[in-house]
Design a protein around this ligand. Structure first.
Ligand SMILES: Nc1ncnc2c1ncn2[C@@H]1O[C@H](COP(=O)(O)OP(=O)(O)OP(=O)(O)O)[C@@H](O)[C@H]1O
Length: 295
């Protein structure tokens, strides 16, 4: 993806995006609501045309790759054939592909064997997602695009789903998935791309992202402390408020702590914690907002 841009009215859903994905990678696109995750999946699958820039898949445009079955997609709320059983839907779509995966393998990977006779309008949210997944992998694609695939799944289903995905990825396929679940991205993806307002704000392994942002956080009671003063302490990268405490993200907790105590002798209830992926994510995607608040 090069210089990829897509606007809806005044909103830049995707803003001059540069992203290269290597064959065989499992990449998570992580971002808050409205970050542009779904728009990226729609641009990659050719459902939406960019205003500027381009997407190249296997060296060409998305549409021929999708038509040839080299790209499988599971997008949000994809419609399912009405008044048909899962078995009917699978058979029908299976027959449309030139070189589909064997039906037994699809049913096993999508864990559908328990309710093949169930009609599509009687499926739970998690079951419908599994059927969408089965349809996405049916053509035996080299690239799988998944937009929040586990959204309606409980913990157990989610675990089974990611185990199947791992099997597919280990077989050499490239997987790109959008998610809200930090834990999922942390546990499953080889690489995490953090998106905020259509732009990439971080790109790396989860360990790299955690270390790129403040490695530590200093918590201190709010009592009369002003955010803009705290933001100017050495090594502080961002400041945010949590009920009656303030969290200072810092790249050097010793340095920040010494300056904090020197400048604010009355500071109390001080604690230092290591930032986890969630903290890293919040610091990355709320950074501008917090700095603006602090001004
Ligand atoms: N068809 C559309 N018409 C108008 N605005 C749109 C359209 N699709 C997306 N947008 C806007 O573009 C921005 C990015 O939306 P997008 O759905 O890509 O984000 P997202 O990261 O997938 O969000 P979510 O996590 O809520 O699904 C949002 O501000 C959204 O309102």
């Amino acid at each position: 993806m090069t210089g990829l841009t897509k606007s809806y009215g005044p909103v830049r859903a995707v803003d001059d995006l540069e992203l290269q994905i290597t064959a065989g990678e499992m990449v998570a696109i992580l971002g808050p609501n409205g970050a542009g995750k779904s728009t990226i999946t729609e641009l990659i699958t050719g459902l939406v045309r960019p205003d500027a820039g381009s997407v190249r898949i296997f060296g060409g445009d998305p549409s021929p790759a999708v038509a040839a079955g080299r790209v499988g997609a599971m997008l949000q709320g994809g419609a399912l054939l009405y008044d048909a059983s899962i078995r009917d839907v699978l058979r029908l779509v299976h027959g449309l592909h030139a070189h589909p995966l064997p039906m037994g393998e699809i049913i096993e990977l999508a864990d559908l064997s328990g309710f093949l006779s169930t009609k599509t309008d009687k499926l739970s949210g998690g079951q419908a997602q599994r059927l969408r997944f089965a349809l996405a992998i049916m053509a035996d694609p080299d690239l799988l695009i998944l937009d929040e695939p586990t959204v309606a799944m409980d913990v157990e289903l989610r675990r089974a789903f990611w185990a199947s995905m791992r099997t597919l990825s280990d077989g050499g396929r490239t997987v790109l998935f959008a998610t809200h679940y930090l834990q999922e991205a942390d546990q499953i993806a080889d690489r995490i791309v953090v998106l905020d307002r259509g732009r990439i704000v971080a790109d790396g392994t989860s360990a790299e992202i955690k270390s790129r942002v403040a490695g530590k956080m200093i918590m201190v009671a709010e009592d009369g402390l002003r955010a803009e003063e705290l933001a100017s302490l050495p090594a502080v990268t961002s400041v945010d408020r949590r009920s009656r405490r303030v969290a200072l993200h810092t790249t050097d907790s010793d340095l920040t702590l010494r300056a904090l105590v020197a400048r604010f002798p009355a500071a109390h209830d001080i604690g230092i914690v290591s930032a986890d992926l969630e903290e890293a994510f919040l610091a990355l995607t709320h950074h501008d907002q917090v700095s603006q608040e602090a001004r």
